[in-house]
Write a protein that binds this ligand. Structure first.
Ligand code: PPS
Length: 303
């Protein structure tokens, strides 16, 4: 990936194998610094496979912690600066290369909210040593694939998605940025058995009843909300409101081409039905059974 801040030209990344995971250079070139990142005990890590609703959870956490004390954040600081993307080396129009580690280190808030898409084995060891709270959100594979496809079309640093049918097969083979969806959700799920400070959430549950899921999140975080705060947060994080919110919809990032597809696209469970053919669905389900053997991890493709 190359970047010329004056011309604002971007080239798409190329996948390569990185410690057994398909990655692009954008998320590996700051590896040493990421691995040596010093987490603090009150840091909260938001971990997801791409397109699982990271931004949704990020805004919820930001509102939970800072919505009352610093309401100006909501109208002046884009979400990617409030919740830095740890492994990112995104080109930015203000300061050349934007290292997620630098943005995180410069946060003055407590707690610091930090986002990662890394598979569990790539998470810097200090997060485990400090026993940080981790919020993991999973989304069903079919909708994740569709959302990722449209994202890869509009995000100019991602590998070219190609046509839908080849994308569909590459997803099943784990040839996506951040690797296999199957490994990601399974390995994070397994980690929960030995590391109790993970709250594992599902996008489909959030769509079904956002209030209920925010209540569960609050009990994990040991936070209590007034009825008024709860109402305000629920309103602020509704899909249509986030889609309109310039500080949460990524419209400030020049590397996304909203003419191709918006970042806040549909926000639904089951949009895969508009993309999967009957034959693809059968092929997918057959393969899914082989890869998803743990009966305790269930992801809903409709609600
Ligand atoms: S990223 O690029 O990986 O950080 O993307 P991420 O934020 O994880 O996921 C983007 C998808 O989440 C949807 N989204 C929401 N859905 C419902 N309600 C709310 N409030 C919400 N906020 C974000 C967003 O629309 C993307 O999904 P698709 O299916 O593409 O619409």
């Amino acid at each position: 990936m190359s970047f010329d801040p004056k011309k604002m030209e971007f080239s798409r990344g190329e996948l390569f194998d990185f410690h057994g995971v398909a990655m692009v250079e954008q998320f590996t070139k700051n590896w040493e610094k990421v691995q040596n990142f010093q987490a603090r005990p009150d840091d909260i890590l938001i971990a997801t496979y791409p397109k699982a609703g990271t931004t949704w959870v990020s805004l919820i956490l930001d509102l939970l912690y800072f919505g009352q004390t610093s309401p100006e954040r909501q109208t002046s600081i884009p979400i990617h600066k409030r919740v830095p993307f740890l492994e990112s080396t995104l080109p930015s129009n203000d300061a050349g290369l934007h290292l997620g580690t630098d943005v995180a280190e410069n946060l003055t808030t407590s707690p610091r909210l930090i986002k990662t898409h890394y598979p569990v084995q790539f998470v810097p060891k200090s997060f485990w040593e400090q026993n940080c709270k981790i919020v993991y959100m999973a989304r069903n594979a079919k909708d994740s694939m569709v959302s990722f496809f449209h994202f890869d079309r509009m995000m100019m640093t991602q590998p070219d998605p190609g046509d839908w049918n080849s994308y569909f097969h590459r997803f099943m083979e784990g040839q996506m940025v951040f690797g296999s969806w199957y490994d990601h959700v399974n390995n994070w799920w397994k980690k929960k058995q030995t590391y109790s400070n993970i709250h594992y959430m599902f996008y489909e549950d959030m769509i079904e009843d956002t209030g209920r899921e925010i209540d569960k999140l609050c009990s994990f975080l040991c936070l209590s909300l007034s009825a008024e705060e709860r109402k305000q947060i629920l309103y602020g994080v509704q899909f249509d409101n986030m889609k309109r919110n310039k500080m949460a919809n990524y419209s400030t990032l020049p590397i996304m081409d909203f003419k191709i597809s918006p970042f806040m696209r549909k926000g639904k469970v089951g949009d895969w039905r508009n993309h999967f053919t009957v034959a693809q669905n059968e092929e997918f389900d057959e393969d899914y059974k082989k890869k998803m053997k743990d009966p305790t991890l269930e992801l809903r493709t409709e609600i």
